[in-house]
Design a protein around this ligand. Structure first.
Ligand code: PLP
Length: 193
């Protein structure tokens, strides 16, 4: 007898990217090639053990206020999570009714189908063009499939191709659900495209 949900039982375990022990230029898991700057390391080294006895502020108010100030937003615009993966999972939980398709470009970040499988939602994957560009009718294809949430990664993983902000805005205007733009690296901001 098993107790797992049927959709979880069908899933296979995660196979992590290769983690070589030798000193190599490791590019396979999107890690930062550089260590944190000295100011970050000094702040980490200065953490008072007393601070770690308690849960942190549950609303992450200090962080959200500082991040909002940096980006010209309000704290209500900022969600604090343990990495981007947790935010993606929250997006599915919040916006995608189980059973409704998740709109994707194909290929893209391998976690998206995993989150959809956990959520018990099918996929609506739209193949990218040969030059990795986003097809002009991608939002209409998602709409036809009944997708309520769609995710585009930009710059694209795995190709690194950057889609212009105007193109993404057009997709967002046409798509009838919530469009998440998973911005992979902070060298890019919407105003630069
Ligand atoms: C496209 C994309 N989104 C989100 C993530 C998650 O990043 P993290 O949880 O480390 O912030 C990754 C990590 O590889 C990624 O490639």
């Amino acid at each position: 007898m098993t107790f797992e949900r049927e959709n979880v039982r069908r899933m296979a375990g995660y196979v992590p990217g290769e983690q070589p022990r030798r000193a190599v230029a490791k590019l396979n898991t999107n890690e930062n090639p550089f260590p944190p700057c000295d100011a970050v390391l000094a702040t980490l080294a200065g953490i008072d053990g007393e601070m770690l006895r308690r849960y942190p502020d549950p609303t992450a108010w200090g962080f959200r206020t500082a991040a909002a100030r940096l980006h010209g937003l309000t704290p209500d615009h900022i969600v604090a999570t343990n990495g981007g993966d947790e935010l993606l999972r929250l997006a599915l939980t919040t916006f995608l009714p189980p059973g409704a398709p998740l709109g994707l470009a194909e290929p893209s970040y391998s976690l998206y189908p995993v989150l959809a499988a956990v959520h018990d939602s099918p996929l609506c994957p739209v193949p990218l063009a040969d030059d990795w560009s986003v097809p002009a009718d991608i939002a209409r294809q998602w709409n036809r499939a009944g997708a309520r949430l769609a995710i585009l990664v930009n710059p694209h993983a795995p190709s690194g191709r950057l889609t212009a902000a105007q193109e993404l805005a057009e997709v967002a205007r046409t798509f009838k659900g919530v469009l998440v733009i998973d911005v992979q690296n902070r060298l890019w901001s919407g105003t630069e495209a």
